[in-house]
Structures are given as structure tokens and as C-alpha cells.
Design a protein around this ligand. Structure first.
Ligand code: TGC
Ligand code: FAD
Length: 384
């Protein structure tokens, strides 16, 4: 029995999903993991990998047509899992491009917007970012202050966005703004006068990822840059459902990396005349990691089935995002401790994953927000 897949979910995947998994796993092992520890330490996104990610053909995995692969929701899940086994920053890059930029263009964009952007985004010849969060509080996007005002055939955008993944390297920002008719989405190219980004430095988490602030000062975009079918807050929230689904799978990858590292270390580390794995406490801790990972995997797999059957409810995604990220964080912290002093360097993955998971717990809805979404689903009462 594999500690990483104790209840044998892998063999239940379809042939295409297994093929995608192998392809992404090879990329992570051969191309990403050799550079990730250094990139994390240096606080840089390994942008040299972008063309290779584009060539993998996994961006916008669930989008059909326009040069996109049109894969299942389950396939998107395993892509996220393998990428986050490498680093949450890699999965973040792909989550944003696929779920938060390509998905809204595919779901809410005009035919012209799809033709222009989706093929380029699918090959990573253009990079996108998603601007929803604002400095005054990300948990309540209904209070957004960024405004878009109509001026003839154009829109004038003013405001700022905070904590935006890929912001400073993005060719295109999907910007959500308040209008007289409610929230609307706009495609803002990075060379529009008045559009500016600033990278956020000094992060202790997601160091191998770019996080930025966006500033919009009288930025003019034509009506043809508005996502015509995105009406109200429901549109950006529906994008979050796609990304949160991917995170529920991605967390499995981070936990797997920590578990296998701890298992290998404990098998070879000799203390008191025997390997660490020969002690009951260590075995119980490793068994507990396997228990947690296995349950989270079953949850992610069920989510995949519901998604592909078109029956996935956002509250179920919230439960899984909350549970699986919490699971991965606990596994990462325990694995770090099990490594003793060796656990504090970048040579071993657990502390890097634990630090990353602090962000993963916060973004795409904090743990509290997901608890309250589940609370609302079971009580009918909105307690935000
Ligand atoms: P509420 O009144 O509940 O909902 C407004 C309308 O939207 C619908 N809806 C959803 N639809 C699809 N998916 C979802 N997840 C949805 N949640 C709500 C809802 O049915 C309603 O529709 P209608 O037809 O009645 O109009 O809205 P609210 O203002 O009360 O807010 C609810 C709350 C707190 C759950 C929401 O604001 C929320 O989710 N807050 C958290 C914000 C968040 O997660 N931000 C993430 C920003 S992006 C990011 O972090 C990217 S990190 C990426 C990376 O690097 O990987
Ligand atoms: P706040 O909303 O200010 O929350 C602060 C605390 O209050 C939290 O503990 C929260 O759980 C708690 N809280 C909030 N409401 C309640 C309540 N009703 N009851 C009890 N407690 C409550 N956003 C984007 O739009 N695009 C991106 O690409 C993106 N990438 C990100 C990358 C990183 C590395 C990070 C850290 C964030 C990113 N975000 C992005 C922003 C992210 O979505 C927000 O940080 C998140 O939604 C929380 O918002 P906040 O940081 O303003 O915290």
C-alpha cells in the first residue's frame, strides 16, 4: 500500500488523467524541484519555467476550444496536486492563469476576447492576474472601492488591488470594479496609461511566487474590454470556486511531499541504537499523517466526481479547501518537527511547505470564511 495513496484512488483515475499526472510529475521532479529551494530562498518566482509550463499544455485545462486542452475537472485536480508537491508557488501560478483568468474569459467573455486571449494564455505567451482583493479587506469583496465609470464608449477605472499573484509579470489583469449597476469585470492590458504594479517584498511565505499591488489611476478601457456576461459579485465568486477546487487537490501534493520526506528521514535516522521508525511514537505520527492525507484525498476525489457530473456546490468546495489545507499544514508542521534541526533548512521541503500553506490558508477565502460558508449552508443563516 502506498503511504501517499493508501486507499488506492490513483487506479480509479481515467487514462487521460493518469497521463496528465505522469507528465506534470516528471516536470516537477526534473525541472522544478532542482530550482525551487534556491528560488524560495532568493524570494524569486522561477520564471525560466514559464515556457515549459506553457508547453505542457495544462493551462486552462478545463476550457474547451481556443487552443485549450478541455480536460476533466479530475485532471485539473491532479495537475494541481503534482504542481503543489513541488511548491505552492507553482500551483498558484497555474491556478491564477487557469481558474482566475482563462475561466472568466471562457465563461463570461465575448467571442473576440476569447479569440484574442485564450490561445496566448494557454501557451503562456501571455500571463494573467486576477484583481479582486483590496487593501481595506479581502474577505468582503462586496465592499470593493475600485470604481468603473462609463464615459461614452469607454470605461474609466480608479482604485487599487492588493496581494495579487502574478501582478507584476502579468500582461493582462482581470479587474473587478463597482459600477452604477453593480460589480463588473474588465480586461486591463498592462500597458494602459495609469495602470501600475508594485511587487510586495519581505514575504515569509510563497517566496517562489510573485505577489503585487495593482494601482489604477484614470485607466481607460473600451467597452469591448468589459466581460459582457459577468454580472454582479457572483461572477468573480464563481471563479473562486474553480480555484478553491484546485487548492483542495493541491494541498494533497504539499502533504505528500512532507510525508515522504519525513518517512525517508525517520527510516534512516538512527537514535538510541535503532531507526526512528522503530519507535511507537514515530510510527503513530507517520500513521496519523497517512490517515489525514487519505481522508483528504477521498474528499478531493469525490469533489472531482461531483464537478465532472456538474453537481458540485460551492459550499462543498469550501469544506474541502478548509479541510485539506488545514490537513496539509498539520502534516507539514509535524514533518518539520520529525526532522529535528535538519527540518529548518531548505534542503528538506516540510518547512517551506508549512510557510507556503500559511498563505494558502488565507487566500481564496480564509479558513474562517470557509467555516462560515459551511455554517450558512447547514443553518441557512448568513453569519459573516
Ligand atoms: P453572497 O450574497 O453570499 O453571494 C453573492 C452572489 O454570489 C453567489 N455566490 C457564489 N457563486 C459561485 N461560487 C461561489 N463560491 C459563490 N459564493 C456566492 C451567491 O449565490 C449570490 O448569487 P445571487 O444570484 O444571489 O446574486 O455574497 P457576500 O457578499 O455575502 O459574500 C459571501 C462571502 C463572504 C462567502 C464571499 O464574499 C467570499 O467568498 N469572500 C472571500 C473572498 C475571497 O475568497 N477572495 C479571494 C480572492 S482571489 C485569491 O485569493 C487568489 S489566490 C490565488 C493563488 O495564488 O492561488
Ligand atoms: P481580512 O479580510 O482583513 O481578514 C482578516 C482576519 O479576519 C482573517 O483571519 C479572517 O478570517 C477574519 N475574518 C474576516 N471576516 C470575518 C468574520 N465575518 N468573522 C470572523 N472573522 C473574520 N487576492 C486576489 O484578488 N487575487 C490574487 O491573485 C491573490 N493572491 C494572493 C496571494 C497571496 C500570497 C496572499 C497572501 C493573498 C492573495 N490574495 C489575492 C488575497 C487573499 O484572497 C486575501 O488575503 C484573503 O481573501 C483575506 O483577505 P485579507 O488579507 O484582507 O484579510
Amino acid at each position: 500500500m502506498s503511504p501517499e495513496d493508501f486507499c488506492a484512488v490513483g487506479p480509479e483515475l481515467g487514462e487521460e488523467e493518469r497521463l496528465v499526472q505522469q507528465t506534470v510529475a516528471r516536470f516537477v521532479d526534473d525541472r522544478a524541484l532542482p530550482v525551487i529551494p534556491e528560488a524560495f530562498e532568493a524570494g524569486r518566482f522561477p520564471s525560466e519555467l514559464i515556457p515549459e509550463i506553457g508547453a505542457l499544455g495544462i493551462l486552462g485545462s478545463s476550457v474547451h476550444g481556443y487552443g485549450c486542452p478541455g480536460l476533466s475537472g479530475m485532471a485539473y485536480g491532479v495537475i494541481c496536486e503534482e504542481l503543489e508537491r513541488g511548491d505552492s508557488g507553482l500551483r498558484s501560478f497555474v491556478s491564477v492563469q487557469s481558474s482566475l483568468v482563462m475561466y472568466p474569459i471562457a465563461a463570461y467573455g465575448s467571442e473576440e476576447q476569447k479569440q484574442i486571449w485564450l490561445p496566448k494564455l494557454a501557451r503562456a505567451q501571455a500571463i494573467g492576474c486576477f484583481g479582486l482583493t483590496e487593501p481595506q479587506g479581502g474577505s468582503d469583496p462586496s465592499a470593493m472601492q475600485t470604481r468603473a465609470s462609463r464615459k461614452g464608449r469607454d470605461w474609466i477605472l480608479n482604485g487599487s488591488k492588493m496581494w495579487i499573484t502574478n501582478g507584476s509579470i502579468a500582461d493582462l489583469a482581470v479587474v473587478w470594479a463597482q459600477t452604477d449597476d453593480g460589480v463588473r469585470g474588465f480586461l486591463v492590458e498592462n500597458d494602459r496609461p495609469g495602470f501600475r504594479t508594485q511587487e510586495i517584498k519581505h514575504k515569509l511565505s510563497l517566496r517562489a511566487s510573485i505577489t503585487s499591488a495593482l494601482f489604477l489611476d484614470q485607466v481607460t478601457v473600451p467597452e469591448s474590454n468589459r466581460l459582457p456576461d459577468a454580472v454582479g459579485l457572483k461572477a468573480p465568486l464563481s471563479c473562486l470556486t474553480q480555484a478553491r477546487y484546485g487548492i483542495a487537490w493541491g494541498a494533497l501534493g504539499a502533504a505528500r511531499s512532507c510525508l515522504t520526506t519525513a518517512l525517508e528521514y525517520a527510516s534512516t535516522r538512527q537514535l538510541f541504537g535503532r531507526p526512528l521508525t522503530a519507535t511507537q511514537t514515530i510510527q503513530r505520527r507517520l500513521a496519523d499523517m497517512v490517515r489525514e492525507l487519505t481522508l483528504a484525498r477521498l474528499l478531493a476525489w469525490r469533489l472531482g466526481q461531483l464537478k465532472d457530473a456538474g453537481r458540485l456546490d460551492p459550499a462543498q468546495v469550501s469544506l474541502a479547501k478548509w479541510n485539506n489545507v488545514r490537513m496539509a499544514l498539520e502534516v507539514a508542521r509535524d514533518a518539520r518537527d520529525l526532522l529535528g534541526g535538519a527540518g529548518i533548512t531548505t534542503e528538506f521541503s516540510p518547512l517551506r511547505h508549512a510557510l507556503n500553506l500559511e498563505s494558502v490558508m488565507t487566500y481564496e477565502g480564509t479558513e474562517t470564511i470557509h467555516e462560515l460558508i459551511v455554517g450558512k449552508a447547514i443553518t441557512g443563516v448568513d453569519a459573516f
